[in-house]
Design a protein around this ligand. Structure first.
Ligand code: PLP
Length: 377
């Protein structure tokens, strides 16, 4: 059955419409300057983002994936090292570790927050541990205090995968400002999305920022003289110009997502009080930015098919945890090794949460989900 989507998972057009003129003016400005690589737009964006994120240094890069890669390169991750991270994230988190020849030490998640379980991180430490990479999944910060304590005792850096968490806070501290480095993505579906790929590395450490700047430009500070081997991990001026238009709107867009999350909680409380559905939590002291609003349901794939048939966009983040991915079979993990992540991969379902989602659309989502779960009337 095909149905016109009544409630898409994400509606980028709705966000674009009111800022269209401003965006086009910014694009024209870059075109007229004919400066497309690095330059003043990128530098201005870096300053604006450093201010917004509460960090000393922000370095624009080509994607969130490359932010993780270049941060790990700058911190010396390589062959023979182990990097501890969550088994439950977007592929790049573990992929970058493996690409550098290091071994991802995959650990389980807290089933309530979907974030790294600190006790499991402690148990995974070894003399080869080179870094710990917590993921602030769906826009909620990982439990950073215990993670920072563990990293401090072991003298290893924390690289925050904040790709889904721009603007999220933990006990008043911003995502990406707590670890040795923070990594952000401007993939269009992230809360601050570019018109293509883009990313950012944040740090409080000027020497580390300098290293990241060098690595993003083939390990070179002076043209054609290379102190080290880097890559082309640069952010385009066109993307920077678009992001500069969007950045001033970010906090109001976040507020709209949070209002939608609060409305879902009320609606689910009314329509689904007795239904077997798990809602996302926001622990005390944490400010969730709801890049995704992920619910837990039984027979998830059937529920999802029902929603699709009724014109509601959903997604599964993520159907296969890293330790069960084919490409990581050589790491030797088995099913049931990391049960919380496996359970999440079978029951989690992201429903529409974008800022421009209307109350009427939310009603449709909740009522359709109630029907799917057989919980209505
Ligand atoms: C989006 C994302 C990335 C990768 O970002 P890209 O810009 O798509 O390369 C990495 N980690 C997480 C958790 C993400 O959500």
């Amino acid at each position: 059955m095909t149905v016109r989507t009544r409630v898409p998972l994400l509606d980028l057009e709705a966000q674009y419409r009111p800022i269209r003129d401003e965006v086009l003016a910014a694009v024209v400005r870059v075109c007229d300057s004919q400066r497309f690589i690095q330059g003043p737009e990128v530098e201005a964006l870096e300053r604006e983002l450093a201010d917004a994120l509460g960090v000393a240094e922000a370095v624009g890069v080509s994607s969130g994936t490359d932010a993780l890669l270049v941060a790990m390169m700058a911190l010396g991750v390589g062959a023979g090292d182990e990097v501890i991270t969550s088994t439950y994230s977007f592929f790049a988190t573990a992929g970058c570790i493996a690409r550098l020849g290091a071994v991802p030490r995959l650990v389980d998640i807290d089933p309530e927050t979907y974030n790294l379980e600190p006790a499991a991180v402690r148990a995974a430490l070894s003399p080869r541990t080179k870094a710990i990479v917590p993921v602030h999944l769906y826009g909620l910060c990982a439990d950073m205090d215990p993670l920072l304590a563990i990293a401090g005792e072991a003298s290893v850096p924390i690289i925050e995968d904040a790709c889904q968490a721009i603007g999220a806070t933990y006990k008043g501290r911003k995502a990406g400002s707590m670890g040795t480095a923070g990594c952000f993505s401007f993939f269009p579906s992230k809360n601050l999305g570019a018109f293509g790929d883009g990313g950012l590395v944040t740090t409080q450490d000027a020497a580390l920022a300098r290293e990241v700047r060098r690595l993003r430009n083939h390990g070179s500070e002076t043209k054609y003289y290379h102190q080290q081997i880097g890559g082309n991990f640069r952010l385009d001026a066109l993307q920077a110009a678009v992001l500069r238009v969007k950045l001033p709107h970010l906090s109001s867009w976040t507020a709209m997502r949070r209002e939608n999350a609060a409305r879902y909680r009320r609606l689910f409380g009314d329509a689904l009080a007795d239904a077997p559905i798990g809602l996302p939590i926001e622990p005390d002291g944490r400010f969730h930015i709801y890049n995704q609003f992920v619910v837990r349901v039984p027979r998830r794939d059937r529920v999802r098919a029902f929603l699709t048939d009724h014109g509601i966009g959903t997604e599964v983040y993520y159907p296969v945890p890293f330790h069960l991915q084919e490409c990581f079979a050589p790491l030797g993990y088995r099913r049931s090794d990391l049960p919380a992540a496996e359970a999440a991969s079978e029951s989690s379902l992201a429903i529409p949460i974008y800022g421009e989602l209307t109350a009427a659309q939310q009603d449709i989502v909740v009522q359709t989900l109630a029907d799917a779960l057989g919980a209505r009337e």
